[in-house]
Design a protein around this ligand. Structure first.
Ligand code: UD1
Ligand code: UDP
Length: 381
């Protein structure tokens, strides 16, 4: 029987791989599915595992506080050797653009397993932004045998890199599978954490949901983001809710500049269920996150993206996302415009779903079933 090893290690990979794990686990007669966590994140990863009720078969547990990319990369690569030798997978599935995905793909290549890349083909064509994710994607793409591209644009990027068309499948983004599953759940029943937030925040005012963690924004970028949020909270009658990423390079400036400021609520990273609930409740989103700029348009929320470049141009072109970089004036002006100009808000908040229809994981599973049909027939004879 075939074996698929699904490897992930950070919060967004876990959210986006959860639907794939669930879907592949259904096909017990076709292949065995195993899950390996690198533990690149710990608390933020464990929250997701709990919500989606996924058990790991292996856990490298590599997270150390504020560790360098060198150490993280080396620890994942070395740790994967033992896992691969024990699991002996035919296929290793990785996701997106993290150090986990690139190192796991490299390890799979050394081991001789095939590599499947979920969320393949995203590009900014600038290796410094986002850093190091753009280069991680390019490297992972070169190691990949099966490319699961979320959009036509992503597939086109791969075509231009001369990837064979038979190796590419356009699937939609699995984040929409996860979102649709979760939003239905939270609309039916609020989490306990959501009930706590309801007591903390004045929901009669427009709620601005903020997230941020990009490495290229560390230092001056984050100081500028905080200055902009302070100005917005002083000029507009709004509530700002900011679940602060656990990276110490984010925690330090955000807490130093924003803790205790009126109208600004700094809270711990939310479990996925509660984050989706808040996304559904909010007025607008200010973020540098990849995943959040895919989810928000599906819930009809305008997004201001604190980056100069995005590998996700589809929602920018559709007019539901605006790139504002980390210029405090631009962040402030665009936020205030969305609060004061109702017609503009209406224009930007139309529901738009360029990233998927919630069926991406099923397409990945069907692709593998077809790919392996001959082998499976032979093995079960
Ligand atoms: C990582 C990914 C980034 C992804 C982001 C999602 C890389 C290089 N970066 O960035 O692509 O967009 O995750 O959030 O792969 N920490 C904790 N607990 C946690 C998570 C992080 O304490 O649950 C702290 C630790 O001190 C850790 C630090 O954050 O060392 C940085 O984590 P790391 O995974 O290296 O980088 P992120 O900024 O989280
Ligand atoms: N998210 C979450 N709790 C939070 C903030 C974000 O569950 O407090 C989810 C969000 O819904 C999205 C993902 O985490 O699916 C995005 O993760 P992040 O911004 O850390 O990484 P990126 O997508 O930029 O790689």
């Amino acid at each position: 029987m075939k074996k698929v090893l699904i490897v992930f290690g950070t919060r967004p990979e876990a959210i986006k791989m959860a639907p794939v794990v669930k879907e592949l686990q259904k096909k017990t007669k076709l292949w065995k599915t195993e899950v390996c966590l690198t533990g690149q994140h710990r608390q933020m990863l464990d929250q997701v595992m709990e919500f989606f009720e996924i058990e790991a078969d292996y856990d490298l547990n590599v997270m150390k506080s504020n560790q360098s990319l060198y150490e993280l990369s080396a620890n994942i690569l070395v740790g994967m050797k033992e896992v691969l030798e024990q699991s002996k997978p035919d296929l290793v599935l990785v996701h997106g653009d993290t150090t986990t995905s690139t190192m796991a793909a490299l390890a799979a290549f050394y081991f001789g397993a095939k590599v499947g890349h979920v969320e393949a083909g995203l590009r900014t064509f600038d290796k410094s932004a986002p850093f190091p994710e753009e280069m991680n994607r390019v490297l992972t793409g070169r190691l990949t045998d099966y490319h699961f591209a979320p959009t036509d644009r992503a597939a086109q990027n791969l075509n231009e890199e001369k990837v064979s068309p038979e190796a590419i499948l356009i699937t939609g983004n699995t984040v929409i599978d996860a979102l649709l599953f979760s939003v239905e759940k939270v609309r039916a029943k609020k989490s306990q954490r959501a009930a706590e937030i309801e007591k903390l925040v004045n929901f009669s005012k427009p709620l601005i949901l903020v997230t941020g963690h990009r490495r290229e924004n560390f230092g001056e970028g984050f100081l500028n983001i905080c200055r902009a949020l302070l100005n917005i909270s002083r000029k507009a009658d709004v509530e700002i809710v900011y679940p602060v990423h656990l990276n110490p390079n984010v925690q330090k400036p955000v807490n130093e500049l924003l803790a205790g400021q009126a109208g600004i609520h700094l809270i711990e990273p939310l479990d996925y269920e509660t984050f989706v609930w808040l996304l559904d409740q909010c007025y607008l989103v200010v973020t540098d996150s990849g995943g959040v700029q895919e989810e928000a348009p599906s819930l009809g929320k305008p997004v201001l993206v604190m980056r100069d470049k995005t590998e996700r141009p589809e929602a920018v072109e559709a007019g539901t996302v605006i790139l504002v970089g980390t210029d405090p004036q631009k962040i402030e002006t665009e936020t205030l415009r969305l609060i004061e100009d109702k017609a503009w808000y209406e224009k930007m908040s139309h529901l738009h779903n360029p990233y998927g229809d919630g069926k991406a994981a099923g397409r990945i599973s069907a692709f593998l079933e077809k790919k392996w049909a001959v082998d499976v027939q032979y093995e079960t004879m």
